[in-house]
Design a protein around this ligand. Structure first.
Ligand SMILES: Nc1ncnc2c1ncn2[C@@H]1O[C@H](COP(=O)(O)OP(=O)(O)OP(=O)(O)O)[C@@H](O)[C@H]1O
Length: 865
């Protein structure tokens, strides 16, 4: 950096962070404006490194003594800017001090600063910068004295001003923010302080306790009332947790975990039991009240209650109600709870795969919850509810733990006295809980669970039972739910029968219930359309002729007139113009307000006019006078209307059923009235109930060594094997019956089981397949209205099958008169209700030869093949 000395003096100067160098004084004449001087120093040089030019110092001292002590200071140009020959990189200071006059001037910046010499001590000069200068010409060489121009700087000032303004704004903003924050903090502090003071005062006065104390009080109060009944280990845990709660900071997460835990612990009904009712007669009445039939199921339940009565408690058994959907498993469970006077809780475990649903989460998890059983106890408020676990056969596969094992721990009477929920972490006694499970198929229930269950099977209903259920339970409930009076509707037996047989053929009655609901919804709409409302207020609309041919009307609500008197109090009368002749007064109908609004006016009557008139009852006396007899006639007609328009009953019978529920969904199961050669009816069952099915066999082609069998109809492996077995047996039977018949060795057969889209499996169609193939081989028709079921072995033995009741019901539904069952199933059949067995000819067989005799009686019609 370089400094220039004052105008008429010269010298050198240096300040603390820059280096002084030489300067040249200027002549007297420059003092007014053009002053010249110079000082040279390289950057980053310490004061001790400074070179003092005695001539320059002397000039500066002289200047300082005068009344105008100024010098000019100029920066040395950067090395790059200067001539490298003159100022070398290695020693710029030395080089610059060696220069004089013009040479030196060349290395100085043209612009410099006018500086006041404030003090000179020894060879140290203190300068104070004032304004900018520009060197114009050199006056003296040594010390360098130059003429200068004083520069005005207005543009820079403007820029500086802008910067200053900006800085000012920023400072102001910062100040206001700081102020706001400060105010907020002090406000909050104030509020907090005041609140704390208030709390302290209230506490002192005994008006309020703090949050922690209030919470602890709440938990203590809850448990206080059942301290006697609550197990001691639970009380101990509660006490420990309460102490812990007092030590925790109310805002900490641990505090909320502990208080939640205490909430659960104290809310459970420890030792609270509902008084069990073991009155068998009452139970029977309740069960009959809720369900038709199901005698064996009810009997089993009553036995169970009777044992409970003798023992004094009913625990120790898990009942499992098993049967197709909609047969009333869930609702039976609900009835049992009612009969025993236990609270009812239901949860489904279908698809359940997380054992936390049963056992709860550990408390360490965020959002941890106890399992279903603890939730159940909380919601029912007693320790001995009836818990219905639905869909136990559809339990999911666990990804963390096995849900079946968790259920076992819950259900097993041996284990559940000390059931441990992960969340509660204290043993709970569930031994007084009565568990009832439901399932569609027993086979899918996990073995260890099944082992501990008392299975009660509900097979499904026959038409007759469905009729009773529909008539006495479903229809009644639905009618009430729809707000329809019994006298307003009649659903005939034929309609119900058609509904059951053609629309809802499944084992249960859920679909039947839906269809009945559909019928009643339609009836409700029909009744409303007819203008019947079961609401108390009713309106009668009369149509009064307009005397004006333009259609201007006297339509109004007739109030306080004689008509009104003749009606019930809650009936009002609307008069709407229809005709221009005053003789014609029509009672439109007994109607609701909405019907009045939608009333179609006859031609010639302006709807708008009528509507307006109707809305604003005007003085109609003039018009009424014009039709003196109107009132009289109307009165008579209203009376008549009341008599005539009593509610028309809606009758639903088989002929108009499809107006209510659409076209029938089911075609009759029977495809053939008399099965042709090669076709035999079999019986099948699955989770949905029983059904009949046909086994059809046809010949594909003939020829030496062509004997073979193809099967179709989505048959499973077991059923395919059954077909192979049947094919083999048929050969030996045919050989025995007709030794010369070579049908099976020469014919390629095709066996099909409709319906082709439904997958089927199981061995129970074995005997039916044999019969079907033999019928074809011998060209004999099978006995009419015969159905059979039974597994067949290679030696012709008939093995038992499942679903006897379902199959019997299905056979009855299809109008079958004779059924063949395996002899081993006789017991199952004997257990069936008499109404299920009624009118059926049933044969129990051990060997296929017996079936043969039944299926092809000696007088059967033989057809030529
Ligand atoms: N015997 C019956 N008497 C009167 N109503 C019955 C009878 N059986 C079933 N119901 C009625 O049928 C409806 C369906 O019954 P529910 O829901 O109990 O069937 P579910 O066997 O539990 O079916 P899912 O296996 O699909 O759960 C209920 O409204 C029930 O009241």
């Amino acid at each position: 950096m370089y400094f220039a000395s004052g105008s008429d003096s010269s010298g050198s100067a240096a300040d603390s962070d820059s280096e002084a160098s030489s300067a040249a004084g200027a002549g007297e004449e420059e003092s007014e404006g053009n002053r010249s001087s110079s000082a040279v120093a390289p950057a980053i040089i310490r004061p001790e490194d400074c070179h003092t030019d005695p001539k320059l110092l002397k000039a500066l001292v002289e200047n300082h003594k005068r009344s105008f002590p100024y010098a000019g200071a100029f920066l040395v140009k950067n090395e790059e800017d200067t001539d490298s020959n003159t100022v070398t990189r290695s020693d710029p200071k030395k080089s610059i001090h060696g220069l004089k006059g013009k040479e030196l001037l060349k290395h100085l910046h043209e612009i410099g600063t006018l500086a006041k010499i404030t003090s000179i001590q020894g060879d140290q000069v203190l300068l104070l910068g004032h304004c900018r200068l520009r060197i114009t010409e050199m006056v003296e060489e040594d010390p360098l004295t130059v003429k200068v121009d004083h520069l005005k700087v207005s543009k820079r000032l403007m820029l500086t001003l802008e910067l200053v303004k900006r800085e000012l704004e920023i400072t102001k903003l910062q100040q206001s923010i700081a102020k706001a924050i400060e105010e907020k903090i002090t406000g909050e502090q104030r509020r907090y302080l005041l609140n704390e003071q208030l709390k302290a005062i209230k506490k002192e006065l005994g008006l309020e306790t703090d949050d922690k104390t209030a919470l602890s009080e709440k938990f203590r109060k809850r448990i206080e009332s059942r301290k006697e009944k609550c197990p001691s280990h639970i009380l101990q845990v509660i006490e420990e947790e309460l102490t812990k709660l007092q030590l925790l900071e109310a805002s900490s997460s641990e505090f909320s975990v502990t208080s939640n835990y205490l909430d659960w612990l104290t809310v459970l009904p420890w030792g609270d039991y509902s008084d069990e009712n073991f009155d068998v007669l009452r139970a029977q009445r309740i069960l009959d009240e809720d369900h038709y039939g199901l005698t064996d199921v009810k009997e089993r339940i009553l036995e169970f209650i009777a044992v409970g009565k003798l023992r004094g408690s009913s625990q120790g058994k898990i009942i499992c109600l098993c049967g197709p959907p909609g047969v009333g498993k869930t609702s039976i469970g609900r009835s049992v709870a009612r009969a025993l006077n236990r609270k009812f809780y239901r949860f489904s475990v279908g698809g359940l795969s997380d054992i936390a649903e049963i056992k709860g989460h550990r408390r360490t998890y965020v959002g941890a919850m106890p399992g279903k059983m603890v939730q159940c106890l909380k919601s029912v408020g007693t320790s001995n509810p009836l818990v219905l676990i639905d869909e136990i056969d559809k339990l999911g596969r666990g990804y963390s733990g096995d849900p079946a094992s968790a259920l076992l721990e819950l259900l097993d009477p041996e284990q559940n006295a000390n059931f441990l929920d992960h969340y509660l972490d204290v043993p709970i006694d569930l031994s007084k809980v009565l568990f009832v499970c439901t399932a569609n198929v027993i086979e899918m229930i996990p073995g260890p669970l099944l082992d501990r269950m008392e299975i009660i099977t509900i097979a499904g209903y026959i038409t007759d039972e469905k009729m009773h259920i529909a008539r006495d339970y479903l229809e009644k409930n639905t009618r009430e739910a729809c707000g329809i009076m019994p006298e307003q509707v009649e659903v005939t037996d034929s309609a119900l029968l058609a509904l059951i047989e053609n629309y809802c053929r499944e084992a249960g009655v859920r679909n039947l219930q839906k269809q009945i609901e559909k019928v009643y919804r339609k009836i409700a709409l029909q009744l409303v359309r007819q203008g019947v409302s079961n609401e108390p207020a009713r309106e009668i609309t009369l149509v009064e002729p307009s005397e004006q041919p333009t259609g201007v009307s006297i339509a109004t609500e007739v109030e306080n007139k004689s008509q009104r008197d003749s009606l019930a109090e809650d009936v009002s009368v609307h008069v709407i113009p229809t005709d221009f002749s005053c003789e014609k007064i029509n009672v439109v109908s007994l109607t609701t307000k909405s019907e009045v609004d939608h009333y179609e006016h006859p031609k010639g009557v302006s709807k708008e006019t009528s509507a307006d008139d109707k809305a604003t009852p005007t003085n109609t006396s003039g018009k009424m006078e014009a039709n003196e007899h109107t009132e009289e006639v109307m009165e008579a007609l209203v009376d008549e209307a009341l008599v005539d328009k009593t509610v028309e009953k809606v009758v639903v019978d088989a002929s108009n059923l499809d107006n209510f529920v659409g076209k029938a969904v089911f075609q009759p199961e029977r495809i053939y009235d008399q099965t042709p050669v090669g076709v035999v009816m079999g019986l099948a069952w699955n989770a949905m109930g029983g059904s009949t099915l046909y086994i059809e066999t046809a010949k594909v082609e003939d020829g030496e060594k062509k004997g073979a069998l193809v099967v179709t109809g989505q048959l499973g492996d077991v059923m395919k094997e059954s077909a192979q077995i049947a094919h083999t047996i048929c050969r030996s039977i045919l050989h025995e019956k007709e030794p010369n018949n070579t049908f099976f060795t020469k014919s390629k057969l095709h066996l099909h089981v409709p319906a082709g889209a439904t997958p089927k499996d199981g061995p129970s169609a074995g005997c039916t397949m044999v019969t079907s193939m033999l019928s074809l081989a011998m060209g004999k028709l099978v006995k009419k209205d015969l159905a059979m079921t039974g597994e067949v072995t290679l030696t012709g033995r008939i093995l038992p099958i499942g679903g006897v009741k379902e199959k019997t019901i299905a056979a009855r539904r299809s109008g079958i008169k004779t059924i063949i069952f395996p002899a081993a199933n006789r017991r199952d059949f004997d257990e069936l209700a008499p109404n299920v067995k009624e009118g059926l000819e049933v044969h129990f067989v051990d060997k296929y030869s017996e079936i043969y005799d039944l299926a092809f009686p000696s007088d059967s019609q033989a057809l030529a093949s």
